[in-house]
Design a protein around this ligand. Structure first.
Ligand code: GRF
Length: 200
């Protein structure tokens, strides 16, 4: 069975959705490792409850991003991790790490990329006044939020939406789409050619 590592900085609802999908048997993956850069990330509690090995790696203990990522890569190697799933991980990944795990790192973004890149995808969509936004699952490349798109799903924006109400609907879609992407990944059903992703 393929081993995945999930990287989280916060709440971990996407981690939870993946844990649940694995428990239900829909996703045949071994969540072998959870890593965080925030000591108080609620995601760690979810990992602990699910019996998944987890680790807090403090960025302040490293001289730069490369040193941090080299350490993390070592941890992944030790555990024979096949894929890295970013789930609300707020650190930018170094080019070193991206190259080492080429097309093996995925991320979920709360907007329809390439619109509304960055950490405020939901707020930015509301402020822009778009009528449709959504969720994107993509491979991670050196440029932020710019890797090949694996899955996307649209979410309509309502006239009376607040950031919170829209976020709720977006997260619901994420919790369906992200485990599906993990399933496709661990079943080797995703191929990438340039920017084009095909799903078998
Ligand atoms: C999600 O909205 C995801 O799209 C973004 O970060 C958020 C993480 O939420 N990348 P959670 O920690 O999984 O609840």
């Amino acid at each position: 069975m393929k081993k995945i590592a999930v990287f989280c900085s916060g709440f971990g609802s996407n981690l939870q959705a993946i844990i649940n999908a694995v428990k239900r048997g829909g996703v045949k993956a071994d969540i072998a490792f959870v890593l965080t850069d925030k000591v108080d990330a609620p995601a760690l509690v979810r990992a602990r409850k699910a019996g998944i090995p987890f680790m807090y790696v403090d960025p302040d203990d490293f001289k730069d991003r490369l040193a941090y990522d080299k350490y993390v890569a070592g941890q992944l190697k030790k555990r024979n991790i096949d894929f890295v799933v970013l789930a609300g991980f707020l650190r930018i990944i170094s080019p070193y790490f991206v190259r080492k795990f080429k097309n093996k790192i995925i991320n979920v973004h709360p907007a329809l990329l390439p619109s509304f890149k960055g950490v405020h995808g939901i707020r930015d969509a509301i402020n822009y006044g778009v009528k449709v936004t959504g969720v994107t699952v993509h491979f991670v490349e050196e440029e932020l939020d710019a890797g090949p798109v694996i899955l996307q799903k649209a979410v309509n924006v309502r006239d009376d939406d607040t950031q919170d109400s829209l976020a709720q609907r977006i997260h619901k879609v994420e919790h369906m789409l992200y485990p599906l992407a993990v399933k496709l990944l661990v079943e080797n059903r995703i191929t990438v050619k340039g920017r084009k992703v095909r799903i078998k």
